[in-house]
Write a protein that binds this ligand. Structure first.
Ligand SMILES: Nc1ncnc2c1ncn2[C@@H]1O[C@H](COP(=O)(O)OP(=O)(O)OP(=O)(O)O)[C@@H](O)[C@H]1O
Length: 277
């Protein structure tokens, strides 16, 4: 269980995240929506500790994440993988090495420097790439792949961390609808296997299609927390504002306006089933 209690983050006199309280049970797939500047990225970055909290506590299964330091912090960043809009791969490294770099925190730094990976690590990286259906790109430089392929490599790299939690910060914002769908389907399949997924999304339709729980943010605050069914037009207006509703619905290029491509590969079990809050 991830618990966010009274968490605030200020940048100078700007309050990016304002007194947020959330509980996210293991195995949920949660979409965070809101206008640009609502505080979505800052919230995810505080969970992963790319940003520190100004006040409040973030706790995961009794571990006080918000105050971790040193190796304990690196261990948490391994358990809590992060996926970014711009993929963050090393462009002039082959795909399989990029994936193996997901092991960075668990390995001897000297081996990282020399880029020496064990046969097991290479096998696992290939398995992760196969799972994302891009094993055939393993020896190519990352920069030669399409955006959708690069995001799948980034997800494979996240899987190499054997994370308990995957945080995705607008993972489809740079992708065309078809690739956006493939990436969202991949995240949904991973979630179906029991890994908690929390993803920032710009558009309502994607959140509705993929997430059983949707959190709406506005001006740093949580203004909605519920199921897609509860996300009425009035609620959407409260999240996006009257002007912003257009923004939420009109970004066809960055949204997955079609239904998911496939059903989850694994049947849901009581332990990995998502629950509305
Ligand atoms: N490092 C920073 N320094 C100063 N201000 C920041 C910093 N990071 C975020 N902010 C400000 O905090 C507010 C929330 O930003 P954040 O990126 O979390 O919003 P967001 O909802 O993720 O928006 P977007 O969808 O555009 O990424 C914005 O006003 C932003 O300008």
């Amino acid at each position: 269980m991830l618990r966010i209690s009274k968490v605030t983050r200020r940048f100078g006199d700007k309050t990016a995240v304002d007194n947020v309280n959330l509980e996210i049970a293991d195995g949920q797939m949660v979409g965070i929506i809101g206008r640009s500047g609502a505080g979505k990225s800052t919230l995810l970055r505080m969970i992963n500790r790319l940003n520190d909290v100004s006040s409040g506590i973030i706790d995961f299964d009794g571990l006080e994440v918000s105050s971790l330091r040193g190796q304990a912090l690196r261990n948490w960043q391994r358990d809590c993988a992060m996926i970014f809009q711009q993929f963050n791969l090393v462009p002039r490294l082959d795909v399989i090495t990029n994936v193996m770099l997901g092991r960075l925190n668990g390995r001897n730094p000297l081996l990282n420097l020399l880029q020496i990976f064990s046969a097991d690590e290479q096998y696992e990286a290939l398995k992760a790439l196969e799972r994302l259906d891009i094993a055939q790109t393993a020896t190519q430089w990352a920069q030669t792949l399409s955006g959708g392929q690069q995001q799948r490599v980034a997800i494979a790299r996240a899987l190499m961390q054997k994370p308990k939690l995957i945080l995705a910060d607008e993972p489809i914002a740079s992708l065309d609808p078809r690739n956006a769908q493939i990436v969202m389907d991949s995240l949904r399949d991973i979630n179906a296997e029991g890994i908690t997924v929390i993803t920032n999304l710009h558009t309502l339709d994607t959140a509705r299609a993929y997430c059983q729980r949707i959190i709406g943010m506005s001006a740093g605050r949580v203004v909605f927390d519920g199921s897609p069914d509860e996300l009425t037009t009035d609620v959407a207006r409260a999240i996006y504002g009257a002007d912003g509703l257009k923004e939420a619905f009109s970004e066809a290029m960055t949204s997955t306006s079609l239904a998911p491509l496939s059903a989850p590969r694994l049947p849901r079990t009581p332990t990995n089933a998502q629950q509305a809050p």
